[in-house]
Design a protein around this ligand. Structure first.
Ligand code: ZN
Length: 82
């Protein structure tokens, strides 16, 4: 498994020691710190913690910037001048 595949892989499933297989996981916000947020990944089958991820403020900003690259013009109210 190469690095890139692994990175994509971690987003939706992780290896669970209890289930002895790569299981789909759900993300749970574990801790919010001033400069980062820590997420816990729980196996959807047995509920045990299979991983943890830290999202720094910088990463969050980047994620937001990526999300905002899609223009949402419908959300902006139109100003109609007569
Ligand atoms: Zn499991």
């Amino acid at each position: 498994m190469n690095q890139q595949q692994f990175e994509n892989f971690t987003a939706s499933s992780l290896y669970c020691e209890k289930c002895k297989a790569a299981m789909p996981v759900r993300e749970r916000l574990l801790l919010v710190l001033p400069d980062r947020e820590i997420f816990d990944y729980l196996c959807t089958e047995c509920g045990s913690s299979v991983g943890r991820r830290e999202i720094t403020a910088g990463e969050k900003l980047m994620a937001r910037a990526m999300a905002e690259r899609r223009p949402r013009r419908s959300a902006v109210p139109h100003r109609r001048t007569p």
